[in-house]
Design a protein around this ligand. Structure first.
Ligand code: ZN
Length: 255
Protein backbone atom coordinates (compact mmCIF):
# COMPACT_ATOMS: atom_id res chain seq x y z
CA UNK A 1 0.00 0.00 0.00
CA UNK A 2 1.50 3.23 -1.24
CA UNK A 3 0.23 6.82 -1.04
CA UNK A 4 2.08 9.83 -2.51
CA UNK A 5 5.48 9.75 -4.25
CA UNK A 6 7.87 12.70 -4.49
CA UNK A 7 10.68 13.56 -6.87
CA UNK A 8 12.32 16.48 -5.05
CA UNK A 9 12.46 18.01 -1.58
CA UNK A 10 10.11 20.77 -2.79
CA UNK A 11 7.57 18.12 -3.83
CA UNK A 12 7.96 16.37 -0.46
CA UNK A 13 7.35 19.63 1.40
CA UNK A 14 4.24 20.28 -0.72
CA UNK A 15 2.63 17.07 0.60
CA UNK A 16 0.28 17.71 3.55
CA UNK A 17 2.06 17.02 6.88
CA UNK A 18 -0.40 14.24 7.78
CA UNK A 19 0.34 12.43 4.46
CA UNK A 20 4.13 12.87 4.60
CA UNK A 21 4.87 9.85 6.84
CA UNK A 22 3.58 7.66 3.99
CA UNK A 23 5.19 9.51 1.08
CA UNK A 24 8.24 7.90 -0.52
CA UNK A 25 10.72 9.11 -3.12
CA UNK A 26 10.45 7.94 -6.72
CA UNK A 27 13.98 6.51 -6.51
CA UNK A 28 12.98 4.39 -3.51
CA UNK A 29 9.81 3.29 -5.33
CA UNK A 30 11.79 2.43 -8.48
CA UNK A 31 14.29 0.41 -6.44
CA UNK A 32 11.43 -1.54 -4.86
CA UNK A 33 9.96 -2.39 -8.27
CA UNK A 34 13.41 -3.58 -9.38
CA UNK A 35 13.73 -5.67 -6.19
CA UNK A 36 10.43 -7.40 -6.98
CA UNK A 37 11.67 -8.18 -10.48
CA UNK A 38 15.14 -9.35 -9.39
CA UNK A 39 13.67 -11.60 -6.72
CA UNK A 40 11.20 -13.18 -9.12
CA UNK A 41 8.18 -11.90 -7.17
CA UNK A 42 5.20 -11.60 -9.52
CA UNK A 43 3.37 -8.27 -9.62
CA UNK A 44 -0.21 -9.28 -10.37
CA UNK A 45 -2.60 -7.15 -12.37
CA UNK A 46 -5.30 -6.22 -9.79
CA UNK A 47 -7.97 -6.86 -12.45
CA UNK A 48 -7.23 -10.59 -12.12
CA UNK A 49 -9.27 -10.49 -8.88
CA UNK A 50 -12.41 -9.54 -10.80
CA UNK A 51 -12.51 -12.77 -12.77
CA UNK A 52 -11.86 -15.58 -10.31
CA UNK A 53 -8.75 -16.58 -8.41
CA UNK A 54 -5.32 -15.55 -9.69
CA UNK A 55 -3.39 -18.42 -11.25
CA UNK A 56 -0.33 -17.82 -9.10
CA UNK A 57 0.82 -15.99 -6.01
CA UNK A 58 2.49 -12.60 -5.99
CA UNK A 59 1.88 -9.07 -4.83
CA UNK A 60 -0.66 -6.44 -5.78
CA UNK A 61 0.54 -2.84 -5.69
CA UNK A 62 -2.04 -0.29 -4.53
CA UNK A 63 -2.10 3.49 -4.07
CA UNK A 64 -4.57 5.25 -1.77
CA UNK A 65 -6.10 8.73 -1.92
CA UNK A 66 -5.39 9.77 -5.54
CA UNK A 67 -2.34 12.01 -5.15
CA UNK A 68 -1.29 13.73 -8.40
CA UNK A 69 2.09 12.01 -8.04
CA UNK A 70 0.35 8.71 -8.79
CA UNK A 71 -0.21 9.86 -12.38
CA UNK A 72 2.97 11.95 -12.64
CA UNK A 73 5.52 9.56 -11.06
CA UNK A 74 4.04 6.11 -10.35
CA UNK A 75 2.46 5.59 -13.77
CA UNK A 76 5.65 6.00 -15.87
CA UNK A 77 7.70 3.93 -13.38
CA UNK A 78 5.16 1.08 -13.59
CA UNK A 79 4.85 1.33 -17.38
CA UNK A 80 8.65 1.15 -17.79
CA UNK A 81 8.56 -2.31 -16.18
CA UNK A 82 5.23 -3.34 -17.68
CA UNK A 83 3.63 -3.60 -14.25
CA UNK A 84 0.06 -2.87 -13.17
CA UNK A 85 -1.31 -1.37 -9.96
CA UNK A 86 -4.59 -0.26 -8.41
CA UNK A 87 -5.25 3.41 -7.67
CA UNK A 88 -7.96 4.12 -5.09
CA UNK A 89 -9.15 7.65 -5.56
CA UNK A 90 -11.04 9.84 -3.08
CA UNK A 91 -13.51 11.28 -5.59
CA UNK A 92 -14.22 14.50 -3.68
CA UNK A 93 -10.51 15.46 -3.93
CA UNK A 94 -10.31 15.04 -7.71
CA UNK A 95 -9.79 18.38 -9.42
CA UNK A 96 -10.58 20.26 -6.22
CA UNK A 97 -7.79 19.66 -3.68
CA UNK A 98 -4.21 20.84 -4.29
CA UNK A 99 -1.78 17.98 -4.80
CA UNK A 100 -4.43 15.52 -5.94
CA UNK A 101 -5.28 14.18 -9.42
CA UNK A 102 -7.52 15.96 -11.87
CA UNK A 103 -10.05 13.88 -13.82
CA UNK A 104 -7.80 13.82 -16.92
CA UNK A 105 -5.01 12.41 -14.69
CA UNK A 106 -7.32 9.75 -13.24
CA UNK A 107 -8.41 8.89 -16.79
CA UNK A 108 -4.75 8.62 -17.85
CA UNK A 109 -4.29 5.89 -15.21
CA UNK A 110 -7.33 3.96 -16.43
CA UNK A 111 -6.41 4.45 -20.10
CA UNK A 112 -2.96 2.98 -19.39
CA UNK A 113 -4.63 -0.21 -18.15
CA UNK A 114 -4.30 0.54 -14.44
CA UNK A 115 -7.15 -0.37 -12.11
CA UNK A 116 -8.89 2.74 -10.78
CA UNK A 117 -11.06 2.17 -7.75
CA UNK A 118 -12.93 3.97 -4.99
CA UNK A 119 -11.74 5.35 -1.66
CA UNK A 120 -14.91 7.12 -0.51
CA UNK A 121 -15.99 10.57 -1.62
CA UNK A 122 -14.76 12.68 1.33
CA UNK A 123 -12.28 10.25 2.98
CA UNK A 124 -14.48 9.90 6.05
CA UNK A 125 -14.06 6.55 7.81
CA UNK A 126 -17.03 4.54 6.50
CA UNK A 127 -17.55 2.19 9.43
CA UNK A 128 -18.46 5.01 11.85
CA UNK A 129 -21.19 6.45 9.60
CA UNK A 130 -24.94 5.83 9.58
CA UNK A 131 -26.32 3.84 6.65
CA UNK A 132 -27.57 6.84 4.64
CA UNK A 133 -24.16 8.56 4.84
CA UNK A 134 -22.37 5.31 4.01
CA UNK A 135 -24.55 5.10 0.91
CA UNK A 136 -23.68 8.70 -0.05
CA UNK A 137 -19.96 7.97 0.28
CA UNK A 138 -19.94 4.59 -1.47
CA UNK A 139 -22.72 4.83 -4.09
CA UNK A 140 -21.70 8.45 -4.76
CA UNK A 141 -18.01 7.69 -5.37
CA UNK A 142 -18.81 4.55 -7.37
CA UNK A 143 -21.21 6.23 -9.79
CA UNK A 144 -18.97 9.29 -10.16
CA UNK A 145 -15.97 7.09 -11.07
CA UNK A 146 -17.96 5.04 -13.59
CA UNK A 147 -19.40 8.18 -15.17
CA UNK A 148 -16.03 9.96 -15.43
CA UNK A 149 -14.09 6.90 -16.61
CA UNK A 150 -16.77 5.37 -18.83
CA UNK A 151 -15.91 1.87 -17.63
CA UNK A 152 -16.95 -0.47 -14.82
CA UNK A 153 -15.37 0.11 -11.40
CA UNK A 154 -15.25 -2.94 -9.14
CA UNK A 155 -12.56 -2.32 -6.53
CA UNK A 156 -12.13 -0.03 -3.55
CA UNK A 157 -10.10 0.46 -0.39
CA UNK A 158 -11.61 1.78 2.83
CA UNK A 159 -10.34 5.19 4.02
CA UNK A 160 -8.13 4.64 7.04
CA UNK A 161 -8.55 0.91 6.42
CA UNK A 162 -11.58 1.03 8.74
CA UNK A 163 -14.47 -1.25 7.85
CA UNK A 164 -16.90 -3.64 9.50
CA UNK A 165 -19.50 -6.13 8.23
CA UNK A 166 -22.10 -3.38 7.63
CA UNK A 167 -19.77 -1.10 5.66
CA UNK A 168 -18.54 -4.05 3.57
CA UNK A 169 -22.16 -4.89 2.77
CA UNK A 170 -22.88 -1.30 1.71
CA UNK A 171 -19.72 -1.33 -0.46
CA UNK A 172 -20.88 -4.49 -2.23
CA UNK A 173 -24.36 -3.00 -2.75
CA UNK A 174 -22.69 0.02 -4.38
CA UNK A 175 -20.97 -2.26 -6.91
CA UNK A 176 -17.55 -2.80 -5.36
CA UNK A 177 -16.77 -6.53 -5.38
CA UNK A 178 -13.05 -6.43 -4.48
CA UNK A 179 -12.40 -4.71 -1.14
CA UNK A 180 -9.11 -3.77 0.51
CA UNK A 181 -8.48 -2.79 4.14
CA UNK A 182 -5.20 -2.04 5.92
CA UNK A 183 -4.97 -5.10 8.11
CA UNK A 184 -1.48 -6.57 7.81
CA UNK A 185 -1.22 -10.02 6.28
CA UNK A 186 -1.28 -12.29 3.28
CA UNK A 187 -4.05 -14.27 1.63
CA UNK A 188 -3.91 -17.49 -0.39
CA UNK A 189 -4.22 -16.76 -4.13
CA UNK A 190 -7.07 -19.28 -4.38
CA UNK A 191 -9.08 -17.34 -1.78
CA UNK A 192 -8.29 -13.80 -2.88
CA UNK A 193 -11.19 -13.37 -5.31
CA UNK A 194 -13.82 -14.93 -3.05
CA UNK A 195 -12.65 -13.52 0.26
CA UNK A 196 -15.46 -12.52 2.61
CA UNK A 197 -13.01 -10.32 4.50
CA UNK A 198 -11.30 -7.41 2.74
CA UNK A 199 -7.81 -8.02 1.34
CA UNK A 200 -4.98 -7.32 3.79
CA UNK A 201 -2.26 -4.82 2.91
CA UNK A 202 1.13 -3.67 4.10
CA UNK A 203 1.94 0.05 4.22
CA UNK A 204 5.23 0.84 2.51
CA UNK A 205 6.80 3.67 4.51
CA UNK A 206 9.83 5.81 3.64
CA UNK A 207 13.14 4.23 4.58
CA UNK A 208 11.82 0.67 4.72
CA UNK A 209 14.97 -1.48 4.53
CA UNK A 210 15.30 -3.47 1.32
CA UNK A 211 15.42 -6.90 2.98
CA UNK A 212 12.30 -5.94 4.97
CA UNK A 213 10.49 -4.91 1.79
CA UNK A 214 11.43 -8.16 0.04
CA UNK A 215 10.45 -10.23 3.10
CA UNK A 216 6.99 -8.59 3.11
CA UNK A 217 6.65 -9.12 -0.64
CA UNK A 218 7.50 -12.79 -0.16
CA UNK A 219 4.88 -13.03 2.61
CA UNK A 220 7.51 -13.93 5.22
CA UNK A 221 5.62 -15.16 8.30
CA UNK A 222 7.96 -13.85 11.04
CA UNK A 223 7.74 -10.41 9.40
CA UNK A 224 3.93 -10.56 9.25
CA UNK A 225 3.63 -11.75 12.84
CA UNK A 226 5.75 -8.86 14.06
CA UNK A 227 3.84 -6.30 11.98
CA UNK A 228 0.52 -7.80 13.04
CA UNK A 229 1.44 -7.51 16.73
CA UNK A 230 2.18 -3.81 16.21
CA UNK A 231 -1.09 -3.28 14.36
CA UNK A 232 -3.06 -5.15 17.08
CA UNK A 233 -1.80 -2.60 19.60
CA UNK A 234 -3.00 0.18 17.29
CA UNK A 235 -6.41 -1.55 16.87
CA UNK A 236 -6.75 -1.78 20.62
CA UNK A 237 -6.05 1.94 20.97
CA UNK A 238 -8.62 2.64 18.24
CA UNK A 239 -11.29 0.58 20.01
CA UNK A 240 -10.60 2.25 23.34
CA UNK A 241 -10.52 5.78 21.97
CA UNK A 242 -12.91 5.57 19.02
CA UNK A 243 -11.94 5.89 15.34
CA UNK A 244 -11.93 9.66 14.99
CA UNK A 245 -10.10 10.48 18.22
CA UNK A 246 -7.48 7.83 17.48
CA UNK A 247 -6.90 9.27 14.02
CA UNK A 248 -6.55 12.80 15.42
CA UNK A 249 -3.98 11.62 17.93
CA UNK A 250 -2.19 9.52 15.32
CA UNK A 251 -1.90 12.36 12.81
CA UNK A 252 -0.79 14.72 15.57
CA UNK A 253 1.95 12.32 16.62
CA UNK A 254 3.03 11.58 13.06
CA UNK A 255 2.64 15.11 11.67
ZN1 ZN B 1 -6.78 7.19 2.45
Amino acid sequence: MYHALWGSEAERQAIAPEDRPYAISISEFGAQLQALRENGIAVLDPKCLESGAPERGGVILTFDDGHASNAVHALPALQALNMHAAFFVTTGFVGTKAGFCTWPQVRSLADAGMTVGGHGHSHRFISGLDYATQRDELFGSHSLLERELGRPVRQMSFPGGRCDAASRKTAREAGFSVLYASKVGTIAAAEAAQAAAPLPRIAVRPGMAHPTFVAYARGSMPRMVRARAASHLKDMAKRLMGNERYHQLYTRLKG
